[in-house]
Design a binder for this molecule. Structure first.
Ligand code: FAD
Length: 381
């Protein structure tokens, strides 16, 4: 289906301003989705050529900086292309789309300027986009966008989700956010309880396990809308709260045994169990396949089969307050197996507070005892 219909959008009009006058033309700059689409096509050709050049000259391992830049540029090009659909819905939407396409093209030019040979391109490969950038990077044009929020085009169910979480954020989160931030406090329990009452922790838990998910793409949208509104109130005590249980929920739904699903999902849906994610390590973040924490089969103090987990994790949001950690560890000692040697564990732990947590497992039988400790990173600022 063609996305764009030329008659819908006017070509930009130019005012007759004297050469050199510091006057913008943006007051009359109308959005132009056809030009936006042309710029996006051009950017895609540039990125495509760079990808082929990268592949032919040793790949990402030989040229990491180039690979990094291409990955970012490619994501921006695809986002701009996806926005064309949105831009077709009205004038404000079209203006936002043009502004984003111009920003994408500007970012691409900045990345490759002076590195054209590295990218396998002739000099100034984006020069045909300059007229578009001239119109849609104009500060006055961008300022005009600040006046009207972009319509979200949510269906009525999601509008209700949005209104509900917006009101919770305004009434419960915003009034507490600054105090928590300034005083390095814990997330108030009333916020966790309030969100639990609203069913926020069960948005991705399938209905048969006590949640609200009926499957399909809609459940992702519900999470996005809710998280956006909570984050508007505060990322620290709102937006980040439902995302960690969500990660564990999705892992369980996809890879858990039936017994694990029956046991954990209903508790996650009601926030009886709060989860944190312990994946990142001091030396491994993006390169998650290289993590070093090990899990070795062992007999527990009560004689049951289990694992001894050994090593250090970092950046474990909500780690102290959480009742369980979703912990990634290496179960196959052969490091050459990278991600294929890793397993996910659900590790129950006692709740701690802003001072962290520490607990010990007594020795017993063949088990020599163990200790788990978490220390907080203070809020900056
Ligand atoms: C506020 C906050 C909360 C977090 N919460 C959690 C949590 O709850 N649980 C958890 O497990 N983790 C958490 N993290 C960790 C987060 O997932 C990692 O910070 C992230 O994966 C990046 O890893 P890193 O910090 O080691 O950076 P690195 O991986 O070292 O990256 C550093 C820089 O190098 C770039 N880079 C990385 N790889 C390449 C490459 N191959 N080529 C070119 N450039 C590259 C990156 O884009 C980045 O700019 C949190 C982090 C923050 C800041």
């Amino acid at each position: 289906m063609p996305l764009l219909q030329r008659p819908l959008f006017n070509r930009p009009q130019r005012l007759g301003v004297p050469a050199g006058a510091l006057t913008t033309v943006s007051a009359v700059t109308a959005p132009d989705l056809h030009d936006a689409a042309d710029v996006i096509d051009l950017a895609q050709r540039v990125v495509g050529k760079a990808i082929r050049h990268l592949a032919a000259s040793g790949g990402p391992d030989a040229h990491q900086v180039l690979a990094y830049d291409i990955a970012h540029a490619s994501a921006q090009v695809e986002t701009a292309r996806a926005l064309l659909d949105y831009g077709g819905k009205g004038d404000t939407e079209a203006r936002i789309t043009c502004a984003f396409a111009a920003d994408m093209a500007h970012d691409l030019i900045t990345r490759l300027c002076g590195r054209e040979r590295l990218w396998g391109l002739d000099p100034a490969p984006m020069r045909d986009a300059h007229g578009f950038l001239d119109r849609f990077r104009d500060p006055a044009f961008l300022a005009s966008l600040a006046e009207t929020p972009g319509p979200l085009h949510l269906d009525s169910d999601f509008e209700l989700v949005q209104a509900t979480f917006r009101s919770f954020a305004d009434n419960e989160i915003v009034p507490r956010a600054e105090h928590v931030h300034r005083h390095n406090d814990d997330v108030p329990e009333e916020i966790i309880g309030g969100l639990a009452e609203m069913g926020a922790f069960g948005l991705s838990v399938p209905a048969e396990y006590g949640g609200y998910s009926e499957g399909g793409d809609g459940e992702y949208m519900g999470m996005v809308v809710a998280t956006e509104e909570l984050s508007r109130g505060s990322l620290g005590i709102g937006g980040s709260l439902i995302t960690r249980p969500e990660i564990l929920t999705r892992a369980l739904v996809k890879g858990g045994t039936e017994a694990q699903k029956q046991h954990w999902l209903p508790k996650l849906a009601t926030a009886e169990v709060m989860a944190a994610v312990a994946v990142t390590e001091p030396d491994y973040g993006s390169d998650v396949a290289g993590i070093k924490v090990t899990a070795t089969p062992a007999v527990g103090p009560d004689g049951s089969a289990g694992y001894v987990i050994n090593g250090v994790k970092t950046w474990c949001t909500f780690g102290a307050r959480a009742d369980v950690l979703m912990l990634l560890a290496r179960t196959d000692p052969d490091r050459a197996k990278t991600h294929r040697g890793l397993s996910l564990f659900i590790v129950p732990k006692p709740r701690g507070d802003s001072h962290g947590f520490e607990f010990a497992q007594p020795a017993g039988g063949a088990h020599t005892g163990g200790k788990m400790e978490g220390r907080p990173i203070d809020t900056i600022g």
